[in-house]
Design a protein around this ligand. Sequence first.
Ligand SMILES: [Fe+2]
Length: 341
Amino acid sequence: MSEVRESDRRLRYAPVPPEMTVALGPDELTGFRTAITRLKDDHEGHPLGDPATLTAIEIAAGHLPTRLLARLIEFRTVSGAGALLIKGLPVDEPLPATPTYDVGSLPWPPLAVSTIAQVGVMSVLGEVLSYADEKNGDLVQDVYPVRGAESRQENTGSELLELHVEDGFHPFRPHYLSLYCLRDDHARTATTVTASIGDAVRRLPKQWIEVLRQPLFRIRYSSSFVGDGPARYTARLPVLTGPDHDPDLCVDFHAMEGVDERSRLALAELSGAMRAALVGVVLTPGDMLVVDNRIAVHGRTGFRPRYDGRDRWLRRCFAVSDLRPSRGVRDKDGRVCGSIL
Ligand SMILES: [Fe+2]
């Protein structure tokens, strides 16, 4: 596993601006909390991936505050800046201790309040999806620092997490990802950052854009999917696709490489342009950052875990706009994509 270079460890970012933020007041969630209680009564004990449970959560999401629903629908239609920060969502109380080692699936009840809220929000954007290779295929995954994994470029690490689209190596990568904060880090320094290609591409000379549109790049499969064996790579692919005025993006500044000098230079230029467009936020409990994974990268500054049960703890959930393209690797009605290998 290659390390992040010392010169790359600093990220500069502007705060997430108000126009990318929806801050909810406690009174605004009354209707949604009532819907959650009803849902738990009707579906307690059912697995989260049960189609009837997911349908019930999607219906409950109709009780989210209207102004949040309007912003989510707008984001689904034209995501613009590529991310939306929602503040004030419910967090389960009392919250268990943050795990101090990799415990696999945590013993959450399938219908924890934060689970319903997260899946509910994601159901407005698309269809929730997960991957059998990672976190046991859980639809909502726990993300916390793991002792001994500090430098890993994946969800268990705590040093700088380089900018990337989520699972760019995967044929059915998520269209949206959400990070829902249950507990922030002790020093409140772990800043989640994001930037959209729309902002970055305006800073890039045309010559580099033309290179980034050619299939001159490959991405190494994440060790969180395939373990630490021999490196495996995607076929050659372009970084940018789609129309000039609104391209899609597939990039990972840790795991992607160009196949020749010109493509490596183009990737470095893109890295600089995306770093110049970063916005960032220290997520606090009840915050959820939603990212359009087709047009935006995300990453995280480093932080220092204490492994004392009070460390940073996020929950992560993915969604796609259309389930049908992945039907060949899922069970009928299932949301878990089978192994990539
Ligand atoms: Fe990520």
